[in-house]
Write a protein that binds this ligand. Structure first.
Ligand code: ADP
Length: 489
C-alpha cells in the first residue's frame, strides 16, 4: 500500500505534467496559426513581386508569353528577367496561358524529374489568383500561391506560381526542444521534489500524533496530553480534539475504576456479615434462638446485596441506553397522594411530620413505576436525613411549561461544597456513618433518581444548607396535548 505522501506527490507531479503538456500544445497551436499567416503573407508577397517583374518585362518588350517555339526576341522570359527571377529563394514557376512552363526557379530545377513533373501538374491545375497546400514525396510541404500576369493590350499572358515551404512551421525549433525536453522536465522534477518535501513534513506530524496517541491510550498514560505548536490550524484543531477525547476517556476510565472499587467495597461488608451469620447459624453449640437471629441477619444482608445489585443493573442499563421506560399518561395527584401515605407511616417511625398541603391535578407522559421510584427515593431520603421533630413537605406544581414535584425537609442539610457531588455514584456525605447506621444507603439512589428524571426529558435539582434542610425538585415536561385538568386545590 503506497503511503499518502507518495500518492500526493505522484498526483501533484502528474497534474503538473498534464498542465505543462496542455500549455505546450496550446502555445504550439497558437504559434503555428500565426506562422501559417506569416508564411502565407510572405508567399503572396513573393508571388506579387514575381508577377510584377514578369508583367513589367512583358510591357517593356511588348511581347506575349507563348510556347517554347516563340522567337527569343518576343519571349517574355528574357535572360535579364531570368537573372532577376533566379534571385527568388523559393519554388517559382512561370507558365503561359496554356499552362506550359516558361521558367523554373533554381529550387524547382534541383527537384528530381518525376517530382518536378508531378508538382508542375498540380501547379497547372491551380486556378488563377488562388492558393493551395501540396505535399509530395521527397519534397517538404509547400504553400502554393498563383498570380495572374496580364497586359492591358495583350490580355492574360500567363501565371506566376510561388511555392513556399512550410517546414519551419512544422519543425520544432531548437529553443522549443530545449524548453520542452530539458527545462520543463527539470522544473517538474524540482516541483515534485518540493511536493515530496512538503508532504514529508505533514506525514511526519501525522505519524508523531499517531505515535503519541498510541503511547497515551495504552491505558496508563491517560493523564498525558498531545502537544503540537505552530503546526498550522488543522493540526492544532486535530490535537485539540484528540486532547478533549483523551480527557473524556480519562474521566470515564477513572469513573469506571472508582465505580468498580466502590461496588466491590460495598459488597465486601455485607458478604463478610453474611458469612459470619451463616457460620454462626451452622455452629452446633449455638442455641436455636441465636441461630434464628443469625439467619434473619443473613437474610437482611442478602436483601441489601440484592438491592445494590438491582441498583447497579439499573445504572448499567441506563449507561448503555437500554432504558426500560414505558411511557403512558400518568396522573400525578393520586401517585403523590399514595407516596404521601407511605411517607406518613415512615415519618411516624422516625418522628418526622410529612405534609402534602396542596396539589395540582396534572397528567404527564411517563413510566408510573419509575416515577414512583424517583419520588419515593426523594421522600425516604428527606425522612432519613431529618432528625425527629423535623418536617417534610411534598408539593406538586403546574407551570406553563412544566410540572414540578418538590420535597422540602428541615433536616441535616448538605454542605455547599458537597451539593455538586450528591448525584455521583456511591457518594455519601458521611460514608462511615451512613453505612454503619440503620439509615445506611449505597449512595446510588440520587444517581438513579437523576437518570429517571432525565429519561423523562426532565431534571432533578437540589438546593441545601447544612443544618437548615434541603429542597429537591423534579421538573417534568408537559405532554404535547394536555389532558383535561381540574384547578389546583
Ligand atoms: P443514600 O442511599 O446514601 O441515601 P443517595 O444517592 O440517595 O444515597 O444520596 C446520596 C447522599 O446525599 C446521601 O448519602 C446523603 O449524604 C445526601 N442526601 C441525600 N438526600 C439528602 C437530604 N434530603 N438531606 C441531606 N442529605 C441528603
Amino acid at each position: 500500500m503506497a503511503s499518502t505522501r507518495t500518492n500526493l506527490t505522484l498526483a501533484f507531479t502528474g497534474a503538473l505534467i498534464a498542465v505543462t503538456a496542455a500549455l505546450a500544445l496550446t502555445l504550439w497551436t497558437v504559434r503555428n496559426a500565426s506562422l501559417y499567416r506569416d508564411v502565407a503573407r510572405y508567399a503572396v508577397t513573393q508571388a506579387d513581386v514575381a508577377a510584377t517583374l514578369v508583367q513589367d518585362a512583358a510591357s517593356a518588350q511588348k511581347a506575349v508569353i507563348v510556347g517554347p517555339n516563340t522567337p527569343p526576341e518576343t519571349q517574355i522570359v528574357t535572360p535579364h528577367l531570368r537573372t532577376l527571377l533566379d534571385a527568388f529563394p523559393d519554388y517559382l514557376v512561370v507558365v503561359d496561358q496554356l499552362g506550359v512552363a516558361l521558367y523554373l526557379s533554381t529550387m524547382m530545377r534541383q527537384l528530381p524529374e518525376e517530382v518536378s513533373d508531378t508538382l508542375l501538374a498540380r501547379i497547372s491545375g491551380l486556378p488563377n489568383d488562388s492558393a493551395a497546400v501540396v505535399s509530395l514525396p521527397g519534397v517538404e510541404e509547400l504553400l502554393l500561391v498563383s498570380r495572374q500576369v496580364s497586359d492591358t493590350t495583350a490580355g492574360t499572358l500567363g501565371r506566376v506560381i510561388v511555392g513556399v515551404t512550410t517546414s519551419r512551421i512544422t519543425t520544432l525549433p531548437r529553443e522549443y526542444r530545449i524548453v520542452l525536453f530539458f527545462i520543463a522536465p527539470l522544473i517538474i522534477l524540482l516541483a515534485g521534489w518540493l511536493a515530496w518535501t512538503a508532504t514529508g513534513l505533514t506525514a511526519q506530524r501525522i505519524s508523531k500524533i499517531n505515535h503519541d496517541v498510541a503511547a497515551i491510550t495504552d491505558g496508563r498514560s491517560l493523564h498525558r496530553r498531545l502537544s503540537m505548536d505552530h503546526a498550522g490550524q488543522e493540526f492544532e484543531e486535530l490535537v485539540g480534539t484528540l486532547n478533549a477525547m483523551i480527557a473524556r476517556l480519562e474521566t470515564s476510565f477513572m469513573g469506571l475504576r472508582r465505580f468498580t472499587a466502590d461496588a466491590s467495597h460495598e459488597l465486601k461488608t455485607p458478604l463478610a456479615v453474611l458469612r459470619a451469620d451463616v457460620e454462626r447459624a451452622m455452629t452446633d453449640h449455638t442455641p436455636p434462638s441465636e441461630q434464628l437471629v443469625a439467619l434473619e441477619e443473613a437474610l437482611q444482608e442478602t436483601t441489601r446485596m440484592a438491592d445494590l445489585v438491582e441498583s447497579l443493573l439499573t445504572l448499567a442499563r441506563a449507561d448503555e441506553g437500554r432504558f426500560d421506560i414505558h411511557k403512558e399518561p400518568v396522573a400525578l395527584k393520586p401517585l403523590v397522594q399514595d407516596i404521601h401515605e407511605t411517607a406518613v407511616i415512615l415519618g411516624e417511625g422516625a418522628g418526622v411530620t410529612v405534609n402534602f398541603p396542596f396539589t395540582a391535578d396534572v397528567t404527564v407522559m411517563g413510566d408510573p413505576t419509575r416515577l414512583r421510584q424517583l419520588f419515593l427515593n426523594l421522600v425516604t431520603n428527606a425522612i432519613k436525613y431529618t432528625p425527629a421533630g423535623g418536617k417534610v413537605e411534598l408539593g406538586l406544581g403546574l407551570h406553563p411549561d412544566n410540572v414540578t414535584f418538590a420535597v422540602r425537609d428541615t433536616g441535616i442539610g448538605i454542605a455547599a461544597a458537597d451539593v455538586p457531588h450528591i448525584f455521583e455514584r456511591f457518594w455519601r456525605a458521611d460514608r462511615a456513618r451512613s453505612r454503619m447506621s440503620e439509615r445506611g444507603g449505597f449512595g446510588l439512589g440520587l444517581a438513579i433518581s437523576q437518570w429517571i428524571a432525565q429519561a423523562h426529558g426532565g431534571t432533578l435539582t437540589a438546593s441545601s444548607r447544612l443544618g437548615r434542610g434541603s429542597l429537591f425538585t423534579v421538573t417534568l415536561p408537559l405532554p404535547a396535548r394536555l389532558p383535561e385538568e381540574s384547578p389546583a386545590e
